[in-house]
Ligand binder design. Sequence first.
Ligand code: FES
Ligand code: FES
Length: 194
Amino acid sequence: MRESAQGYARLGLKNEVERPVDRRVLALDVNGERTEQLLPVHKTLLEVLREDMHLTGTKHGCELGECGTCTVLVDGRPELSCLLLPIQLEGRAITTIEGLARGSELHPLQQAFAELGAAQCGYCTPGMLLAASSLLDSNKRPSSDDIREALAGNLCRCTGYQKIIEAIELAAGRMNRTGSPPLPSPPAGRANAS
Ligand code: FES
Ligand code: FES
């Protein structure tokens, strides 16, 4: 008797579930700490941060590289964690939103966002803050056009962007007066790893 379509579908699913998963021990430098984890090589950085490292500040949006809500910093530059595989990132300094504050002291950008109401639902905020901190590292006095360009890949459904731009300008002014807080350094011995 011929196998039904449902039967084939069940068989396909069974094969998929039972397919061996390639796992590797990967050394990742996240927020200044080195961690070694046994990870399936197909998992994205976004999945590893949220599911394996419980760093849920990195938000899960489109998973297609279009919304920017999953932004993290890699060696200080904004990258989309939904499009990165951890196996590509050994020896690179990864910063998530959990690494932006210094203990109980908010980063000036976080302070300014809170003061000006630049976060509403807050879903886009971690990505916005990290993209903005990378901008201010390389451009101490950005114009509003510079800010708009730096945040072009980060979508916000709530704020209309104006408060976000004002908050970044406020933080930039304060940081120019008091100095920028540094991002976490990679652990000793990893700083020059390629
Ligand atoms: S979740 Fe990565 S860009 Fe949308
Ligand atoms: S504050 Fe809600 S998406 Fe930006």
